[in-house]
Design a binder for this molecule. Structure first.
Ligand SMILES: Nc1ncnc2c1ncn2[C@@H]1O[C@H](COP(=O)(O)OP(=O)(O)OP(=O)(O)O)[C@@H](O)[C@H]1O
Length: 454
């Protein structure tokens, strides 16, 4: 038995099926005459389903026969996908031949059962001082990365990929939603240069694909990540660039499907669509998927439904600041605007918690006093405030760091600093151990000892 196409509207096709043979949501269907694949997006009345065309619409016409497959889209998983670049359907686009793997996963899968999830929250050190101290990663955690153009988002994502592989011997899976081809190329070359491409998979929904299609890059990437977590007990870093474009694509599909929009024109199902992704990012007793999701905030409006539906899922919100970037303070993470639930004494321990808070106190106090300093000069401050400002300026510089990714253009070797060293360094700066050392010595170093090295 098969269905028949009853209407075609842009990339949405309605198909009528016999009453006892209605496809399920997200099932893949095939148009007999053209071989074109469709995906069921909406079950309507009168045994009609609305589908998204997973390919070109040319040559499709009303009355054509449509067959069910009984399956979701699938993707090949396994070691063979490492080092490869795939499109949203899991097809290789790197001209390195077909993927040699017999294991295939559906792209839509259930989140791990609560009983399988790991309860304790284990810190995943990045070796990046400002991250580990102020917005630490936890295995299975979700980090949202906010930042406008040119503040170092790509550099930071690349550095995370590198560190996950070199420090944790993990794998990194990159899902690009609406990547420009040039950007994807640059990332690929950079990963190759850094010698981490062989432990990375790139799944790219490119700009030249319709939005509904390019947003699907996230799902095969998730399935590939789940394979490494569940079958290889690996720690996986999943990078999503960018979750806003995923939300936006859902809106366009929803409009095409004729659904009534909800707040700010977004699809009524936005929350569920975001949850469908976020809930699959978890750590289990054997492996973990930790996610870094770049988020674009339209018109800097943080209350926009797309970012605000993502917030509740995130453990940390990392905000890149233009001001820090302008001063050359990289990574340009804003220590006062960024937020995290992870900085909790039960998770990070008392010492880390206390030192981090004291660092924030110093930086906040410095910011509060900045106007006065600019108008009246630092001499007008009380002795205590002057010390706080001087130490805050050292902390600010100490929290910069040379990256491995940027070696080529900064001429500085990348530095890896353990969390223990970071805490020690900050503590000593705040205790006054380096009060007589010039602040410039703390800029772009690794551990604090470098500031006093002859
Ligand atoms: N960690 C860093 N160390 C030194 N320089 C950096 C660092 N991060 C970024 N930069 C500088 O900032 C520039 C822009 O960085 P990047 O390409 O990552 O920004 P972006 O936010 O991804 O920009 P876009 O949105 O345009 O892609 C880099 O070319 C480099 O000059």
């Amino acid at each position: 038995m098969s269905g028949k196409i009853v209407s075609i509207k842009e990339s949405v096709i309605d198909v009528k099926f016999p009453e006892n043979d209605i496809p399920f949501l997200k099932e893949v269907l095939i148009i007999e005459e053209t071989g074109t694949k469709l995906e069921v997006e909406l079950l309507k009345e009168n045994n009609v389903v609305s589908c998204l065309v997973l390919g070109k619409t040319v040559g499709i016409s009303k009355g054509m026969k449509v067959r069910r497959t009984g399956n979701y889209l699938t993707v090949k998983v396994g070691e063979a996908v490492l080092g490869r670049t795939l499109d949203v359907f899991g097809n290789p686009i790197d001209r390195k031949g077909s993927i040699q793997s017999d294991i295939e996963y559906p792209v839509y899968r259930k989140a791990p059962a609560i009983t399988q999830e790991r309860e304790e929250r284990e810190i995943l050190e990045t070796g990046i001082k400002i991250v580990d101290l102020l917005v630490p990663f936890v295995k299975g955690g979700k980090v949202g990365l906010f930042g406008g153009a040119g503040v170092g988002k790509t550099v930071l994502l690349t550095e995370f990929i590198f560190r996950m592989i070199k420090i944790h011997r993990g794998v990194s899976i990159f899902a690009g939603v609406g990547e420009r081809i040039r950007e994807a190329h640059e990332l690929w070359h950079e990963l190759k240069r850094l010698d981490v491409l062989s432990r990375t998979t790139l799944v790219l929904g490119q700009m030249n694909e319709p939005p509904g299609i390019r947003a699907k890059a996230i799902f095969p990437a998730l399935s590939i990540a789940e394979y490494f977590r569940d079958e290889k007990n690996t720690d996986v870093l999943l990078l999503i660039d960018n979750i806003f474009r995923y939300a936006q694509a859902g809106m366009e599909v929803s409009t095409l499907l004729g659904k009534l929009p909800a707040r700010a024109g977004y699809q009524p199902t936005l929350k569920e669509e975001i949850a469908m992704v976020e809930e699959r990012i978890a750590s289990t007793k054997t492996g973990s998927i930790t996610a870094v999701q770049a988020i674009y905030v339209p018109a800097d409006d943080i209350t926009d439904p797309a970012p605000s539906s993502t917030f509740p899922h995130l453990d940390s919100i990392v905000i890149l600041s233009r001001e820090r970037a302008a001063k050359g303070f990289y990574p340009a993470i804003d220590p006062l605007e960024s937020r995290t639930k992870v900085l909790d004494p039960d998770i990070v321990g008392r010492e880390h918690y206390d030192v981090a808070n004291l660092v924030i106190y110093h930086l906040q106090r410095y910011r509060d006093l900045e106007d006065i300093i600019n108008m009246l000069g630092i001499e007008e401050l009380s002795k205590e405030d002057r010390l706080i400002v001087q130490r805050a300026r050292k902390l600010e510089r100490f929290l910069t760091q040379p990256f491995f990714t940027t070696e080529a253009f900064t001429g500085k070797k990348g530095k890896n600093v353990s969390l223990k060293e970071t805490i020690k360094g900050c503590k000593e700066i705040m205790e006054g151990k380096y009060d007589s050392v010039d602040e410039a010595r703390f800029y772009m170093i690794g551990s604090v000892d470098e500031a006093v090295k002859p």
